[in-house]
Design a protein around this ligand. Structure first.
Ligand code: SAH
Ligand code: SF4
Length: 358
């Protein structure tokens, strides 16, 4: 954790208050905001800010950027980054180039996959992040800075529309306060200006926090990591299911306030001979009956130390065809960056195993 608050952790209004409190014009706060979010600048590049303000800023805030420890480029243009925090831990973010359906065809869209924790407490058996144990939450500034660092690294125009998915390391609903604070900064018009509907929070199903998130009505998209259609298997794969079982989770989703156009996205990891048969697909239909849902099938990304395997593609396609024929919208996620250990936690795990950085 930063010993000082991060320079990326404040809203414009908070900067303006800070300026007034320290004898600077609120306008300086606006200038700083522009440097941070429109120019992705470092403190020493902010040449039009008063020197006294910059000195004060360096005293009161963590202004050192996240360090890039590793950068892995995939053949599909995805790039995975391993960042080092100021207290010496590491976590991952992924820059992805996706095809997005648009009127008259598809268009390339950048999606940034962010982490919200170093490690994770949920402990899903298939997940590389879980194997590293839990280290700590990322704070709002560290979450926001991932976007700035990736936009800077790829020289994205400030106005270029991007999608954000909280599908990196960690469980967003175990760090809701910092995630919500980060959402406010990410979506601020004067800053990164990312529309909430372009931001997806993915969760393993922490029901009480889901209710809190729903009540905040932030307009962000929701993704649920489902992965199994009965409690026996889900509890084996995802220990959180012992606390909040499928019935509790589905009931919470039925009560979740959703814009009439929106559907809850369910992520369904397909693991060979475990949850990939047509009888599972039938159970899935039954389970989601009455919910506005769409399914994203994710063929399992094999990780070291795991006995799980990816099913043959035809089996995934049969599963998807069955659901689509029955009217449940279903897509297959051809994992980005398969050649670069794309499921989050894998690059960090690899580096920890190689004792490369830590
Ligand atoms: N903790 C949240 C968000 C981070 S995980 C959650 O679980 O939803 C993001 C997604 O990656 C989840 O759907 C998770 O189940 C999936 N995932 C984890 N390990 C994976 C692997 N080895 N292959 C494919 N997807 C994986
Ligand atoms: Fe945590 Fe998500 Fe990994 Fe489960 S899949 S251990 S909730 S990061």
């Amino acid at each position: 954790m930063h010993t000082k608050p991060s320079v990326y952790a404040l809203t414009l209004a908070q900067w303006q208050t800070y300026c007034t409190q320290h004898g600077f014009k609120p306008f300086v706060g606006k200038q700083l905001y522009t440097w941070l979010y429109q120019r992705y600048a470092y403190l020493d590049q902010m040449h039009n800010l008063p020197k006294a303000f910059k000195e004060r800023l360096a005293d009161d805030f963590e202004v050192r950027p996240l360090e890039i420890l590793e950068r892995q480029q995939s053949t599909d243009k995805s790039v995975k980054y391993l960042f080092k925090t100021s207290d010496g831990h590491s976590f991952e973010s992924v820059y992805m180039v996706m095809q997005e359906a648009q009127e008259g065809g598809t268009a390339e869209k950048i999606t940034l996959c962010l982490s919200c924790q170093i490690g994770c407490k949920v402990g899903c058996v298939f997940c590389a992040t879980a194997r590293g144990g839990f280290v700590r939450n990322l704070d709002a500034g560290e979450i926001v800075e991932q976007v700035v660092a990736l936009k800077r690294a790829h020289q994205l125009e400030p106005t270029k529309g991007i999608n954000i998915v909280f599908m990196g390391m960690g469980e967003p609903l175990h760090n809701l306060t910092q995630v919500v604070r980060a959402l406010e900064i990410l979506s601020a018009h004067e800053g990164l200006n990312i529309a909430p509907r372009r931001i997806t929070i993915s969760t393993s199903g922490v029901v009480p926090a889901l209710q809190t998130l729903g009540a905040l009505n932030l307009g962000v998209q929701l993704a649920i990591s489902l992965h199994a259609v009965n409690d026996t298997l889900r509890s084996k794969l995802m220990p959180i299911n012992k606390r909040y079982n499928l019935e509790t989770l589905i009931n919470a989703l039925k009560a979740y306030p959703l814009d009439t156009r929106k559907r809850v996205m369910f992520e369904y990891l397909m693991i060979r001979d475990l949850n990939d048969s047509l009888s599972h697909a039938k159970e899935l239909l039954r389970l989601l009956n009455g919910l506005k849902a769409k399914i994203n099938l994710i063929p399992y990304n094999s990780t070291p130390h795991s006995s799980f395997e990816r099913p043959p593609l035809e089996r995934v396609q049969d599963f998807a065809n069955f659901l689509n024929q029955k009217g449940l919208l279903c897509t297959i996620r051809i994992s980005k960056g398969q050649d670069i250990a794309a499921a989050c936690g894998q690059l960090r795990e690899k580096c920890l195993n190689d004792s490369k950085h830590l």
